[in-house]
Design a protein around this ligand. Structure first.
Ligand SMILES: [Mn+2]
Length: 294
């Protein structure tokens, strides 16, 4: 099991100095830094190399998270948007290869956050999503992308995949359509499961062999260990399915900026939001997570 953290814990925007965060998380003892895909298309070849070299030098694995912008919605009802999305991902996967990243996760079957002021077409989005994601899987294979995680999200953030059962059914349908797309996997997140699942343990067991990436956090998105998430139940279920993959904590505790707006953070979730205090909380959460889940 490899343990990581999402850089946005420390940031108010969906970008940041990833070199700084590689160094930081290495110092804190993490195996993985998860970065946002958003800024990568703007990176020069030299910047991509620098990122790869920095991660290698610090023994840090990079994974990528992405909340697709509406123009990169692979399931859009507009065929032009779907083509644009595929071209975006093809470029992104090449950039991931250059930084040595083989795993990406998020609402890649759709966009995020959903604009619920417009009508929702779950059936259409589901069907177009399966087609788009099947193509995404094949493109990913060309660039060595081993895991493309379909993150199951709560109802307030997306409408396509809300439960592990839906996530597993979606991934199975993708693989039926494109048998080579074995890199398409289910991705679960304890924060979303807390809202939607009758049993978090059974949700993990439902994903079973299809589980490819795992996000952790408390019910209010504080770091693991500071809330009431059933970590022992989660451990037992992960052990039952023999999960030995990536476990990345995704805490959000600071209000403000685009991150605060998108995640709906309207208060300081912790008493002390200094960088030093956040680092200490992350370090303790890592120790907790290694102990509870490892
Ligand atoms: Mn997540």
């Amino acid at each position: 099991m490899q343990h990581g953290i999402y850089y946005a814990y420390w940031e108010r925007e969906w970008s940041g100095d990833y070199l700084h965060y590689i160094e930081k998380v290495a110092d804190l003892g993490f195996d993985i830094l998860e970065i946002a895909a958003g800024p990568l298309p703007e990176y020069t070849p030299a910047q991509l190399s620098e990122l790869r070299e920095c991660a290698q030098a610090h023994g840090i694995r990079l994974t990528v998270g992405y909340g697709p912008a509406p123009e990169n919605n692979i399931a859009s009802a507009d065929p032009k948007v779907r083509e644009h999305a595929l071209a975006f991902y093809e470029d992104l996967f090449q950039r991931m290869e250059k930084i040595g990243a083989t795993l990406i996760g998020g609402a890649l079957y759709s966009c995020w956050p959903i604009d619920y002021s417009k009508p929702v077409d779950k059936k259409g989005d589901w069907e177009r999503g399966i087609e788009g994601v099947a193509r995404l899987g094949r493109i990913g294979m060309d660039w060595g992308i081993e895991t493309i995680g379909m993150e199951v999200l709560n109802r307030f953030e997306n409408h396509v995949l809300n439960t592990a059962r839906e996530g597993a059914a979606f991934v199975q349908s993708v693989r039926q359509l494109e048998s080579r797309a074995t890199n398409i996997k289910v991705m679960l997140d304890t924060f979303h499961m807390n809202i939607e699942e009758q049993s978090i343990g059974n949700a993990i067991r439902t994903a079973g062999d299809l589980l490819g990436h795992f996000h952790t956090g408390e019910c209010n998105r504080m770091v693991p260990g500071q809330g009431r998430t059933p970590w022992r139940e989660i451990h037992d279920a992960l052990a039952d399915i023999g999960y030995d993959g990536t476990v990345v904590m995704e805490p959000f505790v600071i209000p403000g900026g685009t991150v605060g707006r998108d995640i709906r953070i309207w208060r300081d979730l912790v008493e002390n939001i200094s960088e030093e205090a956040l680092d200490k909380d992350a370090e303790e959460a890592l120790r907790f997570q290694r102990y509870m889940l490892g």
